[in-house]
Design a binder for this molecule. Structure first.
Ligand code: ZN
Length: 143
């Protein structure tokens, strides 16, 4: 099932997401709907904020790596910043060139509640950092 995407101007995009305490059947349903919504809109990442839930949850599918669900993520920069052009499903037709670390370390829970830590770079690191910002109530226009 696809969900409507929250567009810029809605105050929920400025809220800090609440920590996900327990991975309930509702969370699992939400994740399934978020994947559907991301794919139908040709996105490579989507935060829960963008479907109206201000919680620490994102889905990612860059098509280069396996699809992933990141819950309560934290990120640590591992390299210098580089510039890359980004888009955002909450800002149709807007693309901005933004400087972010090229490589990062990510720690998060997956949908089974297991903690994982991994390093990534390039496109995947970029998308994760963009969605991570959404979870803090930060938007790419802030750069
Ligand atoms: Zn976005």
């Amino acid at each position: 099932m696809t969900l409507p995407i929250i567009k810029y101007g809605d105050p929920i995009l400025r809220q800090k997401g609440e920590i996900v305490g327990e991975i309930t059947p509702e969370i699992k349903n939400l994740v399934a709907h978020m994947f559907d919504t991301m794919y139908v809109n040709n996105g490579v990442g989507l935060s829960a904020h963008q479907v109206g839930k201000a919680i620490q949850l994102m889905v990612i599918d860059t098509k280069i790596h396996i699809p992933m669900v990141l819950i309560n993520p934290t990120i640590k920069p591992l390299s210098e910043a580089c510039m890359m052009i980004e888009g955002c499903l909450s800002f149709p037709d807007k693309q901005i060139s933004i400087s972010r670390p090229e490589r990062i370390e990510v720690t998060a829970l997956n949908l089974d509640g297991q903690s994982l830590t991994f390093e990534c770079g390039e496109m995947l690191a970029r998308v994760i950092q963009h969605e991570y910002d959404h979870l803090q109530g930060k938007l790419f226009i802030d750069y």
